[in-house]
Design a protein around this ligand. Structure first.
Ligand code: ZN
Length: 152
């Protein structure tokens, strides 16, 4: 994809998800609840997951307040991980981590779908933590940690 196309798609997706976040609600019957905080920007979120007996993430939602990038990232992520196994979500976490920290074009952007658009943050190093907060929080939730995740 051309760099310019990627950039306008990046802006479009972030605008859309920030204005109309998906899965933005408290989940009463979640079996994993964890807070994430990015002190650099002030982004805060609470991630709710329902993981069933077969290790499938049957539902995901969030609450919180953050900048457009952090909100778009967690909105996209909750959409993406629903129906995935814990292992698949862990793989996505690793891929996402890679696309936001390297310029390795071999990474399968298709697997990440719209989320790949967020790879655009790697051009703005100060915003990378806004985009990765959701994913670090997910990683901790999968490991069943309960203390607040911070990007520092
Ligand atoms: Zn932020």
């Amino acid at each position: 994809m051309l760099q310019d196309d990627m950039r306008s798609l990046y802006q479009e997706v972030i605008f859309d998800h920030n204005r109309n976040p998906r899965n933005f609600h408290v989940m009463e019957d979640a079996n994993r609840v964890i807070d994430g905080y990015n002190p650099l920007c002030g982004d805060r979120l609470t991630l709710y997951l329902k993981i069933d007996d077969n290790d499938i993430i049957s539902d995901a939602s969030f609450q919180g307040e953050g900048c457009a990038i952090s909100t778009a990232s967690v909105s996209l992520m909750t959409d993406l991980i629903k129906g995935k196994t814990v292992d698949e979500a862990d793989q996505l976490f690793k891929q996402f981590h890679q696309i936001t920290t390297t310029h390795d074009e071999d990474i399968q952007l298709e697997t990440l779908g719209k989320l790949a658009v967020l790879a655009g943050v790697r051009d703005y190093p100060s915003r990378v933590k806004c985009a990765t907060l959701a994913w670090h929080t997910l990683n901790a939730a999968i490991k069943n940690e309960t203390t607040t995740v911070t990007t520092e």
